[in-house]
Design a protein around this ligand. Structure first.
Ligand code: NG6
Ligand code: CA
Length: 500
């Protein structure tokens, strides 16, 4: 009896209450969302009430960055705490690429697991799958996100515009049909499905000339890469946001009584933008705007779930994006023709793929009512590569010397205690840049100045560029010629940091 009483008391006072104290962590990671795409960051042509509310009840960061101006490298950095340009093969991956997150090193997810969290990935993965041999889409896919720290995963392999257009749940494709096996090929056509190139009349949304996206047609949309089989397993683009949101809600619900870490990687607002029917035509800005509405709805659903379960106060919700904005990224979806004066990058120059701020400076909001006062704006310089060391501190776990080598503990900045953040940060467009305080140095580069197909200034110049971001957030005045010593010092410092 005494023993039983003791156990009950211990359960109440000890483990149980401790578990309740640990904040849940939800990262909602939008795809290709620009600095100017949200109401709380100045957008007036599109409404984002749910995300604006996050900002009102939390901290809105004005100088929050991804490491890179495209998806795969930014996600790699966030999950490993390492700059992607330190490792080759971290560029935008095809859908049949091998997994690039090492299975034998800590990841952000294994860190959270060790810290006592139930962990899940829901949404876009785009970090490769399998070990480099041909992926068996019809059997077990290993390694999958489950092998780098996610107890549960429900994802699609790459991007919505890349085959295979199927969901992977843990190690298995959802809806497999053994009589219709899946095959994927990025070099040549497989199977008899029509392609966008051969049968453009079958497309419900045309792809943009010169950009590809004209291989296998799935759901009336031409994709990058060829696939055969798996017809019942193929998703319908209009249901993507619903499918992911439902899985995310279920994970939260299943783990309501224990600490959880959810990495919710939205497919919105990446191409092909083919939002749910309820959202089509609702923004007046074409499907890109409609996808923003859908994304905002998703955030609302997650917040509603947390509130229903009484978890919304002690859950850290981080909202951000993997890279800057792009309008025409391969499909004629109205993003350009119905732009209506919307400024997707706000005051920033460039966008996705760019070394200018538009490439990597993204919306970034942290909401944690239990610990963080709402309604704050912070100019702290922070990067997604810092989440690793910050969460290590949050969960009281020391990092080994070679774990997450590029991650700084920014927990104080993320919780509003420190308004400065990092002293410096390296950014990756095509060219690398170094930010120190308000100065940004962009390394000389021979690449094209403008990516014509997507109409984005890439920030490439054969001459060094130096900008004072405090005075010139739009990077209009290259002051390199006025401060040659500064340029020299920053170039040398960047080389030193790269070698470190
Ligand atoms: C590019 C695709 C673009 C998009 C991007 C990846 C072409 C011409 N363009 O290569 O449509 O899929 O890769 O986007 O193929 S990201 O957000 O995942 O980095
Ligand atoms: Ca992206």
């Amino acid at each position: 009896m005494k023993k039983l009483l003791f156990m009950v008391l211990a359960a109440c006072a000890g483990h149980y209450s401790y578990a309740q104290q640990k904040p849940n962590v939800v990262i909602i990671y939008a795809d290709d969302l620009g600095y100017g795409d949200l109401g709380c960051y100045g957008a007036t042509k599109v409404k984002t009430p749910h995300i604006d509310r996050l900002a009102k009840e939390g901290i809105r960061f004005t100088n929050g960055h991804t490491t890179s101006a495209t998806c795969t490298p930014s996600r790699f950095a966030m999950l490993t705490g390492k700059y992607p340009w330190r490792k080759s093969g971290t560029g935008v991956l095809p859908g049949d690429a091998a997994m690039i997150v090492p299975v034998d090193k800590p990841s952000l997810a294994t860190l959270m697991q060790k810290g006592g969290y139930a962990t899940a990935l829901v949404g876009k993965w785009h970090l490769g799958l399998g070990d480099g041999r041909t992926i068996d889409w019809n059997g077990e896919v290993r390694p999958s996100p489950n092998d780098v720290g996610f107890d549960y995963s429900f994802c699609f392999p790459a991007t919505a515009d890349r085959v295979p257009t199927v969901f992977l749940e843990n190690h298995t494709v959802l809806g497999l049909d053994k009589d219709d096996p899946i095959e994927v090929n990025y070099r040549q056509k497989v199977g008899n499905d029509p392609t966008g190139k051969e049968n453009p009349e079958l497309l419900k949304m045309a792809s943009s000339p010169g950009q590809g996206h004209n291989n296998t047609i799935v759901n009336g949309i031409g994709r990058i890469g060829f696939m055969k089989g798996g017809h019942k397993a193929r998703w319908t683009d209009e249901e993507l946001a619903y499918a992911f949101t439902e899985r995310a809600e279920k994970f939260i619900e299943d783990n309501r009584a224990n600490p959880f870490f959810l990495y919710f990687a939205l497919s919105d607002i990446h191409v092909p933008r083919m939002p749910g029917t309820a959202f089509k035509g609702q923004s007046g800005l074409g499907y890109r705007g409609d996808a923003i509405l859908q994304m905002d709805w998703t955030v609302g659903r997650i917040m509603q779930k947390l509130q229903q379960l009484g978890l919304e106060k002690n859950t850290i919700v981080i909202f951000s994006s993997d890279n800057g904005p792009v309008l025409d990224d391969g499909y004629q979806d109205g993003a350009v023709t119905q732009l209506n004066g919307h400024k997707q990058a706000g005051p920033l120059r460039g966008g996705k793929y760019s070394a200018f701020e538009g490439g990597t400076r993204v919306p970034w909001i942290v909401r944690w009512p239990a610990k963080v006062k709402g309604g704050q704006t912070s100019d702290a310089l922070i990067s997604q590569v810092d989440l690793f060391a910050s969460f290590a501190r949050l969960t009281s776990q020391p990092l080994a010397a070679d774990d997450a080598p590029d991650s700084f503990d920014m927990l104080d900045a993320l919780t509003g205690k420190d308004g400065k953040g990092r002293p410096w940060l390296i950014l990756q467009g095509g060219a690398l840049s170094l930010v120190q305080g308000s100065l940004k140095y962009i390394t000389p580069s021979k690449g094209p100045k403008v990516a014509k197909e997507v109409d984005i200034e890439l920030g490439n110049d054969t001459e060094p560029q130096l900008y004072d971001l405090k005075k010139d957030i739009g990077e209009q005045q290259n002051i390199a010629a006025q401060f040659p010593e500064k340029v020299k010092a920053m170039a040398a410092e960047l080389e030193r940091l790269k070698a470190a």
